[in-house]
Design a protein around this ligand. Structure first.
Ligand code: LMR
Length: 405
């Protein structure tokens, strides 16, 4: 017998639901599971900036698409560094950052995890409690033991920062600490700038390795605000890792386009680190695909297209905020208490933690055709003016059933 006894993969709690949603025949079903930004019509939009970038690509690229270097398309990587760290960042100007193109954010996390495991094999990885489930899977697959640091406080629907800091203070040097610079996935509860300012010296003094995962730049408070942690860390002289995804903010989910950056001591270190990252890429998939990198580069390198893109992301952020408000308003109309809806207004980005249990999430799906993740995460960016009342009615009903149970 060879493959006969292999069990099924139990399925992914996010992508599995997205598949289930597609097959659901019920009319009026609402997908608030996977992190996809939908517009007011309930469509995942193609951005106008990307449409124009694509036209440019087909006008200019008349030759066959050959292999990119292992680290990806160099002009793209340069634009990504400027976008994340700021054009004037010292590390950018001095060439101290090792940057490769990655297969979305997951690919960046994965290559980053493999790189760290090779050079810090004894380190453990610490993720927020809770975090995006795939963080744990990816770092475990890289061979790490993954543990959680205190983060979300269900009572306040915010961050228990003192507990978090206390915990991080006692980590052994070279521990890897995974952090979300903005739009925390799954809770929507972010650190304030003052809290980042308090955390950074602790990370530095305790010789920890911060790993910042950012996929929602511009969707929380704005581009400057959402990159605060990255830029403050760079200014503080910390050496750290950043994984970045363009899936959501360019609506380019299928192109698998992201980046991995390692901020190093100097240019010499960055060259060595980049060569190691490329060595890892070669072993896994050789080199990345080129189309998405060209599209993003065409936008970021054109002042006109970049301005248009920023406007488009600003529009997404505004719509997400409007939907947060609409949900809170509807829940209020349902007679819910402020503590049951005000937190939706405070949490940031695509996701919110509803506080619903697994059983309640299943009931929402089975009885109401409303899909949220079973840990209670909902994708606010899947709400529209057309479905928000249905969702609020169902939330109130499920809440009431819970109270009466
Ligand atoms: C999500 O969290 O829903 C997205 O990042 C999609 C994914 O790959 O899980």
């Amino acid at each position: 017998m060879m493959f006969k006894n292999i069990p099924n993969f139990p399925g992914d709690p996010i992508l599995g639901l997205a598949e289930q949603f597609k097959k659901d025949p019920r009319e009026g079903k609402v997908n608030l599971s996977v992190g996809l930004y939908h517009d007011e019509e309930g469509i995942v939009p193609q951005l106008e900036s990307i449409r124009r970038a694509r036209d440019m690509y087909f006008e200019n690229e008349t030759k066959a698409s050959t292999y990119l270097p292992m680290g990806g398309y160099l002009p793209y990587r340069k634009e990504v560094e400027k976008l994340l760290f700021g054009e004037d960042a010292q590390s950018v100007k001095e060439g101290n950052i090792a940057t490769i193109q990655s297969l979305g954010g997951s690919g960046a996390l994965s290559i980053g995890g493999m790189f760290l495991k090779k050079f810090y094999p004894e380190s453990k990885v610490y993720v927020s409690n809770p975090t995006w489930g795939n963080h744990i899977s990816i770092f475990e697959a890289a061979g790490f033991k993954v543990e959680k640091y205190p983060y979300y406080d269900a009572a306040t629907h915010g961050v228990d920062f003192n507990k978090m800091l206390e915990f991080i203070r006692q980590l052994t040097p070279k521990s890897i600490v995974l952090l979300h610079p903005c739009c925390h996935n799954p809770t929507g509860a972010d650190l304030t700038e003052a809290q980042w300012d308090a955390l950074i010296p602790v990370l530095k003094d305790h010789d920890l390795i911060p790993f910042l995962d950012i996929a929602y730049m511009g969707m929380g408070n704005g581009f400057e605000e959402d990159t605060y942690a990255i830029r403050a860390m760079e200014k503080s002289g910390l050496y750290f890792v950043v994984s970045h995804s363009f899936s959501k903010i360019f609506s380019l989910y299928g192109e698998r386009i992201g980046a991995l950056c390692v901020v190093c001591e100097d240019q010499e270190a960055a060259v060595a680190v980049e060569s190691q990252l490329c060595g890892t890429v070669r072993k896994v998939y050789s080199n990345p695909p080129s189309f998405g990198a060209h599209l993003v580069h065409n936008v970021l390198s054109s002042p006109e297209l970049k301005a248009l893109w920023i406007e488009e992301v600003n529009g997404m952020r505004k719509r997400i905020k409007d939907m947060r408000q609409a949900l809170a308003d509807e829940l209020k109309l349902q007679g819910q208490q402020p503590e049951e809806y005000e937190f939706y207004l405070k949490q940031k980005g695509m996701f919110s933690f509803t506080g619903f249990s697994k059983e309640q999430a299943v009931a929402l799906r089975e009885e109401e055709a409303i899909y949220i993740i079973e840990n209670g995460r909902m994708c606010i960016a899947g709400l529209t003016s057309g479905n928000v009342k249905k969702v609020a009615d169902a939330f109130a009903k499920i809440e009431l059933a819970g109270e009466n149970a």
